[in-house]
Structures are given as structure tokens and as C-alpha cells.
Design a binder for this molecule. Structure first.
Ligand SMILES: [Fe+2]
Ligand SMILES: [Fe+2]
Length: 690
């Protein structure tokens, strides 16, 4: 620790009242000043010489002691170091009744010899010097303590900041920003260790910032060996604190490459280069700090040198750049350790997230592959929802203007969209693919039974006709030729009707809405068929229309019966149950709820809970409803469904919004922003252009 005494002024201040009592010894190398009141002289010194320190011996009457001490004790005397020589007699001493004797070097009752005076003066200044040194030491220790405390706080804060940052680019920027702020560095770079395809380690120059220059950032890769400064630290794990990179020892294994300096008219003088070691003590990168800055002018105080002192000229570099303080070695090592852990955590989180995302996508792909006609639906719904969310973010007015989707919110919505129909895995695929009221095989069976009935009746008529013909050949036969004619006529009529019934049933199988209630039609047919005897070869009665046929053919709208409809609708509950089991991080906690509500309608006609109104569901669910319906409508032709022309799709969405089923603001935004364009086929795009 160096004692700085270059600003010290030494003075003996003698009060006029005791001027005659002291004889200044000759040859004293200290300024002697006379005054009426020493307090005034000290005050004016304080005012006039801001940067100076005063060592003074005050020669005052005993009677002034209390006043002077009181005053000097009150003012900021961190720059005044003083001793008092009190002049007076014993009577005065007794009268003063001094109980505290601070800053008193002696009490002299009368004139003293030269030698005694010289002794007192020398003793006083010696005391002051010692006192000053102690004060300096105290300040030095105090500053170290404050620095250590600040370093500790910085470390804690850095730990908190770094662990909270999930974006890798932002994290690197933050690491460098904090490192520079703490060390007062003008510039810094971060290198990360990576492996090439052959497993050879190399250093990637990943991020850099220079306060005093605007330098475009370009990543590059360099060999990881001890020839460069950063390479040396990356290989050995040693901390390098280099006072001047241009004056490296010949023996140093590494060399300084001045290329960057020449390119940018910069001087990378002092450097602090630290390894970033992870929890396994592996080096994952290097932080290189350049040019620790410090102002030597006490009049120029900076809040933070790193971001205030500009290094433009050579003079600036000479004036402000200092060697990095030794204490930064261990501090930066600790920071680099925290940075390494944060970077590794970040990598790990990203990796886990990526793996999870891939897993979700693979699962969704697997489920969707059950029905090739709808494959890609969930991915398209996710993409549409993302576009819609970005469009919502651009809205600044009205109800949608109050919403903003963060990056996390959008990812949450994407996951919810990818998984929104996951519950379909639990549902019989045939139901989804049911295009008509009866499954094809059931219709075929029904047709076969009707054909059987046809043939059965035909056989019945023919048998009777043979019987009649038989009776004609016999005497006294029961039947006449007229009877045969009547029978034939009836046969044609009944068989025609069977054919007709077959056509009606085939017609009834279509999911289109008919003029007449299908139930009434079916009841008529049933009444007719019921009266017909139809038995199989073993004598069992054949039910032409099974219970299942009847239930299905009575469907008034669409192709699904109530049971099938509620099974399909249960997919949202199954999705919810499944998705809820996934331990989502807090930022994705709404995924199950968003997915659960994608079939709710604003007017309360949706499912599963018939929720009514905007407040009952999230904006995300309402966005998903639009994306879901849109994709189902524009999807390419399916075996059971035709693709709807795009202008019709838009009208349907508008009608649904008008009927208070879909959120009208979202539908308008979807149409106004032409979000749909990206999600239709080239042919459909053609339709819009024409
Ligand atoms: Fe759905
Ligand atoms: Fe869907």
C-alpha cells in the first residue's frame, strides 16, 4: 500500500494573542502563518484548496482550546490533520477544566527554548504523519471492504440475472455487459468451445462488444491451441491478466494478434482473459476483456467507467487504460463460472425443448397418419394460430389491441394447437371417416337383405303360380286363369315396391337434408316390411332393417347418430386428460385449457361445456376454433368430404361470426390480414385471383 503525500501542505498557525509567547526556531522548513483566529484560516484553506491535505500545528491560547476543537470537530476535517500547542498559565488550565484532551501536543506556561520548541514541532508533525498514514490505511481497507462487498453483491446479482435469461444471444450479451461493467473494461469478447464433425475442439468467436468503437459482429472459428491468447486460456484454464498485450514476454507461449486493432484503429492494451468452466470443471468457453479504464483525475467522477470513458485517441488510451486490478482475476473467474453454468443450462433447456417439440410432432404425425386424409391438420392449425397471434400483436386499437402474445405465449399456443385433437387417438377412426349414415358394409348388408327379400318374395309368388298352374291341369281345380293373372300382377307390383324401397333406403343413407323427415319415411317402410314374411333357409325370421340401420337412417342432419356424435365430441375431453398429464413448465400451463375449448362457440352451442360469451374462453381457444374450421373446410378432397372453394370458406367463417359462433374480431382480422393465403393450395389461390 502506497502512502500518497504529494498533496500535503504543512503549516504552523500562530494566534496573534500568543505570538510573543513562542519563538520559532530557525531553519524550520514549514510555513508559519499568523492570524487572529485559526478557525478562519482553516476554513479559508478548506475553501481554496480542494485537493490539498493540511498538516498543521495550531499555537493558541489555552482559553481558545474548547472553541477551536469544537469547530474543527464539526467541520469535515478529513483533509485537516492538526495538533494544538496550548499557551497559558496554571490558573487558566485549572479554570478551563479540560476533561478531554484531544489533538493537544503540549501545554506551555511560558516561553520555551528553541530546542524545546523544535522538539514540540517535530513531535507534532510526526504524530500527524503517523495519524495520516493510519487514516490512509483505514481508507484503503475500507475501500477494499466496500469493493469486496460490491463484488459479492455483483456476483449474487449476476447469478440471478444469468439464471433468468433463456435466450442464448441475450445471455451472451448480458454476460459481457456485466463483466465490462464490473471491471470497467472498454471491450470484450466471448468464445465458445465446440467440436467439429471429427470431434476436434475449436473456439468459436461468438459475441463481442467494444464501447469505444462501432464494430459489426461476425462469428468465426479458430483452432483451439496455446498460440493465441484466448486459445491458451481455453486449453490451459489459466487466467491471464496482461498489462499490455503489445509488450508480451518473449517467453510467453501465446502471441498477440494485432489484426483487429489495425482493422479498427484500436489498441487492445490491458487484457483479462478468463476460462468459463462448467460444474464438471470442463472449459466451455473464454471471456476476454480489453482495456480496464480508470480516471486519474479526482475532479472527473464517473458512474461507470466502462460506459462513460471513450477511447478515441492514443492520448485517451494512455490516460485512461490501466492494468486490470488483481482482484478482478478471481472475481471474473467466479463470474465466468456462473456464465458457464448459465450457458450450459441454456443449452440443456433448448435441447430438452427441442427434443420435446420433436417428440410432440412425431406423436402428432403418428396419430394423424391413421387418417391420411386429415394428416397435417394439427400442424396447419398451429401455423395458422401463430400467424393469427402475430397479427393480433400488430393490432393497437379496440378489443384485440389489449392483447399481446410474447414468444412464450406463441409457443404455448403452438403446442396447444399441435395437440388439440390428440384425444382422437382414443376414438374409432371409422366414425371420423363415416361419410354416410350407414357404414359401407352395413349398407351392403342391408341391400343384400333387401335383394334376399326380393328373391324370397319372387320365389313365393312363383311357387304359388306353379300351384295354380297345377290346379288348372286337374279337374275341379281351385284356381282359374284369372287367378293366375291377378297373382302375376300382384307379384310385379310388390317386387317393384321392394326395388323402390331399396332405392329410398339408399337415398335415405345420404347425409343431405331431405324435404321429408327421414324418420317418417322410415316408419312407413318399416310398416310395409314388417308385414312381409322373410325367413332364412333354416326357418329363422330375417330382420331386413336392423336396429342399428333404423337408428342411423333416421339421422336428420349429417351422417352421425347421437352416440357417434358424442363419441367424436369426447375427443376434446380425451385431449384435455392427456395433455394435462404432461408436466408443462409454468409458462405453458394454459395448454390443456386452450386445447379443451377449441370446439366451444360464443353462442353456447359448442362443446364440451356449451360455454357462452367471450369471457368464458381464452382468446387462444377462439383463435384455434377459427383455424380448425378453416383448415377442415379448405382441406383437400377427402373420400367423405369435398374441398370447399375459398370464397365460400370465407363466407362460412363470416356467417359463423355473424351468428355469434366465432369471434367476429378474430374472423375479421383473419380475413383482413389475408392470413389464409399461406394455407391454401395453388389452385385455391388461383380462385381468389380470378
Ligand atoms: Fe377438434
Ligand atoms: Fe381439429
Amino acid at each position: 500500500m502506497k502512502q500518497d503525500t504529494k498533496n500535503v501542505v504543512k503549516k504552523i498557525i500562530i494566534t496573534e494573542a500568543v505570538r510573543d509567547s513562542v519563538i520559532m526556531p530557525s531553519g524550520i522548513n514549514v510555513e508559519v502563518a499568523y492570524c487572529e483566529n485559526p478557525v478562519d484560516m482553516i476554513d479559508s484553506f478548506m475553501l481554496e484548496s480542494e485537493d490539498l491535505i493540511l498538516f498543521t500545528v495550531l499555537v493558541i491560547p489555552m482559553t481558545l482550546y474548547k472553541d477551536v476543537y469544537k469547530h474543527l470537530n464539526l467541520v469535515d476535517y478529513s483533509r485537516i490533520f492538526y495538533q494544538m500547542l496550548l499557551i497559558g498559565n496554571d490558573r487558566e488550565l485549572i479554570d478551563q477544566n479540560l476533561d478531554r484532551l484531544y489533538h493537544i501536543c503540549d501545554f506551555l506556561p511560558s516561553k520555551v527554548s528553541d530546542a524545546k520548541m523544535r522538539f514540540i514541532i517535530d513531535k507534532s508533525f510526526s504524530i500527524l504523519e503517523k495519524y495520516f498514514q493510519n487514516e490512509q490505511k483505514k481508507i484503503w481497507y475500507y475501500n477494499r471492504l466496500v469493493d469486496a462487498q460490491r463484488d459479492q453483491e455483483d456476483l449474487i446479482n449476476i447469478g440471478k440475472s444469468l439464471s433468468g435469461e433463456k435466450d442464448m444471444e441475450k445471455l451472451l450479451r448480458l454476460i459481457l455487459y456485466l463483466s465490462k461493467k464490473i471491471t470497467g473494461a472498454d471491450a470484450g469478447s466471448i468464445y465458445l468451445v465446440e467440436e467439429d464433425d471429427s470431434g476436434t475442439k475449436r473456439l468459436r468467436f461468438k459475441y463481442s462488444h467494444t464501447f469505444s468503437r462501432v464494430i459489426p459482429l461476425e462469428e468465426f472459428v479458430m483452432d483451439m491451441n496455446t498460440k493465441s491468447i484466448s486459445g491458451y486460456v481455453a486449453v490451459t484454464g489459466e487466467v491471464l491478466n496482461i498489462p499490455d498485450a503489445y509488450k508480451l514476454s518473449e517467453l510467453a507461449p501465446y502471441k498477440f494478434n494485432p489484426y483487429f486493432d489495425r482493422q479498427h484503429n484500436y489498441i487492445s492494451r490491458s487484457q483479462l482473459v478468463v476460462p468459463m468452466k462448467n460444474h464438471l470443471n470442463e472449459i466451455i468457453g473464454v471471456i476476454q476483456l480489453l482495456n480496464s479504464k480508470e480516471s486519474h483525475n479526482p475532479a472527473k467522477k464517473f458512474e461507470n467507467e466502462a460506459f462513460e470513458i471513450q477511447l478515441d485517441t492514443l492520448k485517451d488510451f494512455d490516460e485512461y487504460v490501466v492494468t486490470f486490478d488483481e482482484r478482478y482475476n478471481s472475481l471474473m473467474e467466479a463470474i465466468a463460472g456462473q456464465a458457464a453454468v448459465a450457458i450450459e443450462n441454456n443449452r440443456l433447456i433448448n435441447q430438452i425443448q427441442m427434443q420435446f417439440e420433436e417428440f410432440v410432432k412425431a406423436s402428432v404425425t403418428a396419430i394423424e397418419s391413421r387418417d391420411p386424409a386429415t394428416s397435417g391438420h394439427s400442424f396447419r392449425v398451429a401455423a395458422i394460430c401463430k400467424e393469427l397471434a402475430l397479427a393480433v400483436n400488430e393490432v393497437t386499437t379496440g378489443y384485440l389491441g389489449t392483447f399481446h402474445f410474447s414468444e412464450n405465449d406463441i409457443r404455448e399456443l403452438e403446442f396447444a394447437s399441435l395437440l388439440h385433437d390428440f384425444g382422437k387417438v382414443y376414438i374409432d377412426l371409422n366414425i371420423f371417416q363415416k361419410a354416410k349414415k350407414l357404414y359401407p358394409k352395413d349398407l351392403e348388408n342391408l341391400k343384400l337383405r333387401i335383394d334376399y327379400l326380393y328373391r324370397f318374395m319372387e320365389l313365393g309368388y312363383d311357387t304359388r303360380e306353379i300351384e295354380m298352374l297345377d290346379s288348372l291341369t286337374r279337374l275341379n281345380g281351385t284356381y282359374s286363369t284369372d287367378d293366375i293373372k291377378i297373382l302375376r300382377k300382384e307379384k310385379i307390383m310388390r317386387l317393384d315396391r321392394i326395388r323402390e324401397i331399396k332405392d329410398i333406403l339408399v337415398q335415405l343413407n345420404e347425409p343431405t337434408i331431405t324435404d321429408r323427415d327421414p324418420e317418417a319415411i322410415l316408419k312407413e317402410i318399416l310398416a310395409e316390411i314388417e308385414g312381409l314374411e322373410c325367413i332364412d333357409p333354416s326357418g329363422g325370421k330375417i330382420d331386413i332393417l336392423t336396429l342399428s340401420d333404423r337408428t342411423n337412417l333416421m339421422i336428420k342432419r349429417g351422417s352421425l347418430n347421437n352416440e357417434e356424435r358424442s363419441e367424436i365430441e369426447s375427443h376434446v375431453i380425451e385431449t384435455y386428460k392427456f395433455v394435462s398429464k404432461i408436466p408443462w413448465p409454468p409458462e405453458y400451463r394454459r395448454i390443456p385449457e386452450i386445447a379443451l375449448r377449441h370446439h366451444e362457440k360464443l353462442d353456447g352451442t359448442g362443446y364440451p361445456d356449451k360455454l357462452k360469451g367471450r369471457d368464458a374462453t381464452s382468446l387462444q381457444s377462439r383463435m384455434m376454433s377459427i383455424a380448425d374450421i378453416f383448415d377442415a373446410l379448405v382441406a383437400q378432397d377427402r373420400p367423405y368430404k369435398k374441398s370447399v372453394p375459398i370464397d365460400r370458406v370465407i363466407s362460412i367463417l363470416q356467417e359463423e361470426a355473424g351468428a355469434n359462433k366465432l369471434d367476429p374480431d378474430l374472423v375479421n382480422l383473419f380475413i383482413y390480414k389475408k392470413i389464409y393465403i399461406k394455407f391454401i393450395s395453388p389452385e385455391q389461390r388461383e380462385q381468389i385471383l380470378n
